[in-house]
Design a protein around this ligand. Structure first.
Ligand code: ZN
Ligand code: ZN
Length: 104
């Protein structure tokens, strides 16, 4: 993030790192240029906006491997009937699924 803003009067690069602490609700504040000492208005744009979510690892109930993308009973249909675990890694799930398929 660029923490400096150019003074509209004299072009001096003012350090804004302190200004953000008492930011008003409309994201604007007045700042006095540290060079020419004239006040100007600074508008802060919080951009870009990132959103984040937790990465949750669960253990496969069959082989114990940790996976971010498990096959879960209740979210996958049809869940093969002979699988008595509720959470499997993808490879265990596919293997089990294949076994069931082979029985038919
Ligand atoms: Zn200035
Ligand atoms: Zn597994």
């Amino acid at each position: 993030m660029n923490d400096t803003v150019e003074c509209p009067y004299c072009g001096h690069e003012n350090d804004m790192s302190d200004g953000l602490t008492d930011l008003s609700s409309d994201n604007k504040f007045d700042h006095e240029c540290s060079c020419c000492e004239r006040e100007f208005e600074v508008e802060v744009e919080f951009d870009p906006i990132y959103s984040a979510s937790e990465i949750v690892y669960v253990s496969c109930e069959k082989c114990g491997v940790e996976t971010r993308d498990p096959a879960k009973k209740g979210s996958i249909f049809p869940w093969p009937q002979f699988i008595d675990q509720n959470t499997l890694c993808r490879s265990c799930f596919l293997r089990a699924h294949q076994e069931e398929y082979d029985k038919c």
